[in-house]
Design a protein around this ligand. Sequence first.
Ligand SMILES: Cc1ncc(COP(=O)(O)O)c(C=O)c1O
Length: 394
Amino acid sequence: MSSALMSVYRPADVAFERGEGVYLYDTEGRRYLDFNAGIAVSALGHAHPHLVETLKSQGEKLWHTSNLYRIPNQERLADRFVAASFAERCFFTNSGVEAIECAIKTARKYFYDKGEGHRHRLITLEGAFHGRSMAAISAAGQEKLTKGFAPLLPGFDQVPPEDLDAVRRAIGPETAGVLVEPILGEGGIRPLSDDYLRGLRALCDEHGLLLLLDEIQCGMGRTGRLFAHEWAGIRPDIVAVAKGIGGGFPLGACLATEEAASGMTPGSHGTTYGGNPLATAVGNAVLDVVLAPGFLDDVVRIADYLEQRLAEFAARHHNRVETVRGRGLMRGVKLRDMEARKAVGEILAHGLLVAPAGDNVIRLLPPLVIEEGHVDEAIDILDTYFRSLGPEAP
Ligand SMILES: Cc1ncc(COP(=O)(O)O)c(C=O)c1O
């Protein structure tokens, strides 16, 4: 397989031609169950009728104007995020990494405008992933992301997850805030405990720091609440979101409190495409569905069922499965004595899309609209695959 693409990916040798709900169809007409959802992007599955209709009708009217003019779809989407969350201000982007970039700049500018420009450092977590820009790889700090890209952006201090003392020790006169994913996604589906998140909020309050969250993967209904931090009952200062908020159309957002966003004045930041009429029409259509009464309750219900079926699956294959973890429809199966990346390729051949994650984990990120039958089908495929590997040691 060769192409003119930069070889930064090693794609599986399958190309999908169309999608319908929770299923994808390849160019040979073969059907696959999609428990990857484009890495937590296709939150409503494929070709959702309301999204298709919105895209078509907006596409016939107006795609793009730039942020030099008012964009009613964007203003409406911002108002709806504000009404449904901690946020009071929104900035729309085309991707997750741009939302993170805006979050970091918002935090730095906040302190600069207060005459405390020396406070520019963020405490981040070992094993984190925030995207691929220079700021995002510098924030994560992992060698596999940063190797070959020095010099990195200064201003990030990594500490181990779930260790509040380590955060306390890392706080210094230059610290501006803490940036964490409530569930480490690429890092192996590792949820931070509600107590730890509450502890971070308390530490930030004690030291006058900003709490920044990366909900790009775990947000937008994936845990059964609009945002994952809601489970911990905390109010963050800045949250980066993306992926599911566009349901497959490139859209991200940096959400912030009025206070945290106070430095983001005219001319301080910008984007050509971000929040354009087409993207924000689709964003509003996604919210129509996700905020409809009962939708998130259904996510909680189906996620409980998935959790239970995965626990039974792990017990059946305890010699190969070390543990299952996660929250809502963001689940990880940590393997022992076999490689997750290889397993994911072989599971694809059995007709199921899942993704690998760090720490030797198979990641399940199904669309939020799955039903019990889809969970049963996925577990059956996983069982068949694991049994095909031969008898397990007792
Ligand atoms: C937690 C998290 N942050 C940031 C990003 C970067 O988002 P994007 O690839 O849209 O730039 C991702 C993407 O996987 C992510 O999972």
